[in-house]
Design a binder for this molecule. Structure first.
Ligand code: PEP
Ligand code: MN
Length: 364
């Protein structure tokens, strides 16, 4: 029995390192028939590695369908026995985590509304401590990289060996084309912090709209994501939750077949050489840019000295407006986007003010 469990866990552990890893299944387990039918159709696509289903649903407003609860865990056992698909569910508290272990659920994820709460994450980490179960951690609903990082650290400290990340986008106020906007730079930063963890894209919750899934999925694949978790339902139109963003198993197959999978490594000598040469130029320009910025800050401090001597304020709005307009026009001429110029000027300005503040208000 023990040997069996270990063998089984090794299989799951290996599976979490598969690239691309495709997880699919309904937003919610609704009925035994819906779960089994969806799993049957998904297994026939030959593209799905793991079956997802929400058992307890975190709904923003009360009164909506909040999941079938423990009964659904039995159906997932049947999915495994009948279609050989391991199951992954969301857990949001200790009790749900314990039930996942008791029913032999193969993997769990921590949802966006849970990652925001260190108490809940710690509770789940304590409940799973030392268990051989992979844990995927979705980004928090708000763009706070430290919360996401903290959640990963809590799960790591619970001796969980297989941890993965899921980018499901961030909530924003007002009507938007996307339900939760992706923040690719935050996802890149979390990968820099945890380079060994696989990262999956959740295009279903990012888009909220099944028609937009291919676009987001392709973008993630181009950014070298390790796989995806996609909501699929045998009859999306009549789903009890997230109907607009679920695809049929057939549609899922079409979407996956249309993806252009890129290599994350180049083998051909000639192309490696070509890239190396271009990258050397980038490294040189980065060096020159930093040297220039440092010189610019040196001048800022000089200006700070003059301002201090004559007792004038650091910020001179009219002068700043002049600089900004000039750089914006120049940026446009040079083919740089307005968005980039805004970020760039804001960073330069804040660093200049910081430098002048050191001169004006020295802390001895
Ligand atoms: C889900 O995947 O079903 C879910 C509730 O997602 P999120 O936590 O990203 O909202
Ligand atoms: Mn959903």
């Amino acid at each position: 029995m023990l040997e069996n469990t270990i063998k089984h866990n090794e299989t799951i552990s290996r599976l979490t390192r598969k690239k691309p890893l495709i997880i699919a299944g309904p937003c919610s387990a609704e009925t035994r028939e819906q779960v089994l039918e969806t799993a049957d159709l998904l297994s026939r696509t030959g593209k799905v590695d793991m079956f997802r289903a929400g058992i307890w649903k975190p709904r923003t407003r009360p009164g909506n369908f909040e999941g079938v609860g423990e009964a659904g865990l039995e159906w997932l056992r049947e999915v495994k026995a009948l279609y050989r698909l391991p199951a992954i569910i969301e857990v949001a508290n200790a009790r749900q985590a314990e039930l996942a272990l008791r029913y032999g659920i193969d993997a769990v994820w921590i949802g966006a509304r849970t990652t925001v709460n260190p108490f809940s994450v710690q509770e789940i980490a304590d409940a799973l401590k030392g268990a051989a179960i992979p844990v995927y951690i979705k980004n928090p609903v708000n763009p706070d990289i430290e919360l996401w990082t903290g959640a990963v650290e809590r799960i790591q400290q619970a001796d969980i060996k297989d941890i993965g990340l899921i980018h499901r986008g961030f909530s924003s106020y007002g009507n938007a084309r996307l339900r939760n906007v992706p923040m690719w730079h935050l996802a890149i930063e979390i990968r820099r912090r945890f380079p060994d963890l696989p990262v999956l894209i959740d295009p279903s919750h990012i888009t909220g709209n099944s028609a937009l899934i291919p676009e987001i999925l392709q973008k993630a694949i181009d950014l070298d994501y390790d796989g995806a978790i996609i909501e699929a339902h045998c009859r999306p139109g009549s789903a009890w939750s997230d109907a607009a963003q679920q695809v049929t198993p057939d549609e899922l197959l079409r979407i996956i077949n249309a993806i252009i999978w890129r290599k994350d490594d180049i083998q051909e000598e000639r192309i490696i050489g070509q890239l190396e040469q271009l990258r050397r130029q980038i490294d040189q320009y980065d060096h020159q840019l930093l040297e220039l910025i440092s010189k610019r800050m040196h001048i800022s401090r000089e200006i700070g000295r003059v301002k201090k001597e004559h007792n004038v304020t650091i910020l001179q709005t009219r002068r700043w407006q002049y600089i900004y307009d000039r750089v914006k026009a120049l940026g446009q001429e040079l083919g740089l986007s307005e968005e980039f110029i805004n970020h760039y000027m804001e960073a330069i300005h804040l660093e200049s003010i910081r430098n002048q503040d050191i001169i004006m208000n020295p802390k001895d």
